[in-house]
Design a protein around this ligand. Structure first.
Ligand code: SAM
Length: 291
């Protein structure tokens, strides 16, 4: 059997052997705890008929566990210096491909076509670089890739925002965007001690089960998300104030109270109290009135 990469000993050995210096600017915090890896991989519900897309394999700690579970694994890594190391650590797994590149600039549809034709379902499983967590997750969702789950280690604070329900300080446009596409669930909170080097924020593993269709009816998605975004521009202000600022003039503002009431929304409420359903109704009423 091949040795697990994710031990402090093996990780340090590999880093030393290749003279590797970790780059903070690339969010390089490597996992050294087998239990956390097991939790991440089992949350993804993989099997040999399924595929896994990993973003940022590092030295291959998680990739190796994915290789043992999934039928096909593709890992996109930005740091060229890691490629020789990955060649060694992932050598024993012929169904794993490492792609060199920036995931934000990668054509993922093309990547799916090239690598995941023979699997029934694909999930993204990763310990994400924290400096680009939100852009990566939003790219995955907005491109509407045929994904089953997205299971990622991220900052705890971001996980809390993704999973937040209306009414609290964590609830905002990120919560609504994520919940429009997925059902989120925080799998576990992760201590600093499972990484080399240790990050200075708390981490969490979040599981996003990608929905087959959105939970609400939205005719114009870009307008819906614009309304959501606009209602949080000034968080402390009412939905009336934020909508007035974005979509109305002094002259046209007179109709806004009626529009809100017709949509069933009290004008004095704040954006952070509105559910996704209420945003869908509001955006429909606004779009009709602004035509
Ligand atoms: N998967 C490894 C683990 O769990 O130990 C490493 C995770 S580390 C938090 C993040 C990894 O993402 C690093 O290997 C880093 O080089 C890579 N990375 C950073 N930005 C990236 C990007 N834009 N596209 C692809 N990979 C990136």
């Amino acid at each position: 059997a091949t040795e697990d990469i994710a031990s402090p000993k093996r990780t340090k050995e590999l880093i030393q052997k290749y003279g590797f210096t970790l780059k903070k600017s690339l969010g390089q915090n490597f996992l050294i705890d087998q239990n956390i890896l097991t939790k991440i991989v089992s949350a993804a519900e993989l099997d040999t008929g399924k595929g896994a897309l990993e973003i940022g394999p590092g030295i291959g700690a998680l990739t190796q566990q994915l290789a043992k579970t999934a039928g096909r694994v593709v890992a996109v890594e930005i740091d060229q210096r890691l490629l020789p190391m990955l060649k060694e650590t992932l050598g024993p797994y012929p169904h794993v491909s490492v792609v060199h590149g920036d995931v934000l600039k990668t054509d993922l549809r093309e990547l799916f076509e090239a690598h995941f034709r023979d699997v029934s379902k694909v999930s993204v499983v990763a310990n994400l670089p924290y400096y680009v967590t939100t852009p990566i997750v939003m790219k995955l969702l907005e491109e509407k890739l045929p994904l089953e789950h997205i299971v990622v280690m991220i900052q705890k604070e971001v996980a809390d925002r993704m999973a937040a329900k209306p009414g609290g300080k964590d609830y905002g446009s990120l919560s609504i965007a994520v919940q429009y596409y997925c059902e989120p669930e925080v799998v576990t909170i992760v201590p600093h001690t499972v990484f080399i080097p240790q990050p200075n924020v708390d981490s969490a593993v979040i599981k996003l089960k990608v929905r087959e269709r959105p939970p609400v009816e939205v005719e114009d998605e870009s307008f819906f998300f614009d309304v959501v975004q606009a209602s949080f521009v000034q968080r402390r202000k009412t939905i009336y104030n934020n909508m007035a600022a974005r979509y109305f003039t002094k002259e046209t503002k007179g109709q806004l109270e009626g529009i809100l009431r017709n949509a069933g929304i009290e004008p004095s409420r704040r954006g952070e109290t509105l559910s996704i359903e209420e945003y869908s109704v509001l955006s429909r009423h606004l779009a009709a009135a602004l035509k």
